[in-house]
Design a protein around this ligand. Structure first.
Ligand code: T46
Length: 133
């Protein structure tokens, strides 16, 4: 699994830093939905699913967390702890999010509207789909 961490340009000055996210510029898809996840319990993992078509970018804008990505052939653990870095999660990738810091806030940019039918929540079904793509 390569090229999934994207470093965003941060405009820094005496006041702090600013990162701008723009579709088809530093975000490789049309952004149709934005949501954020916060208040997570350190030991309660989230995710455990893949998406059939959805592409997303996860940005840990505060604190830190770990994300495991699995494409059916290999798994990789990413530490997200930089507000100017995004993790691109392509379609048909199993994801697990864990080890949240108390101040963790994950901002997610998504390529489509919420659709429960796009989720693959069963690992065996995910493997069948991953083996077909
Ligand atoms: C993903 C990871 C990173 C909605 O109603 N609208 C939404 O846009 C989303 C994302 C979720 N929901 C509902 C569905 C569930 O009843 O919110 C509840 C919690 O969602 P879920 O259990 O899927 O949360 P996570 O943290 O396991 O997964 C979420 C996204 O669902 C998923 O697409 O990739 O964050």
């Amino acid at each position: 699994m390569k090229d999934v961490l994207i470093d965003f340009f941060a405009i820094e000055d005496d006041r702090g830093a600013l990162v701008a996210l723009e579709q088809f510029k530093n975000i490789p898809f049309e952004i149709k939905r934005v949501y954020y996840i916060y208040g997570n319990k350190k030991n309660l993992a989230r995710g455990f699913h893949a998406h059939r078509d959805l592409q997303q970018i996860l940005i840990c804008v505060s604190g830190s967390c770990n994300v495991i990505l699995d494409n059916g052939k290999e798994k990789h653990k990413y530490i997200l702890n930089k507000p100017n870095q995004g993790l691109l999660v392509n379609k048909v990738i199993w994801r697990e999010m864990l080890e949240f810091s108390d101040d963790c806030i994950i901002l997610v940019l998504a390529s489509n509207y919420y659709d429960e039918n796009d989720y693959i929540r069963d690992y065996d079904k995910f493997m069948e789909t991953a083996n077909r793509v």
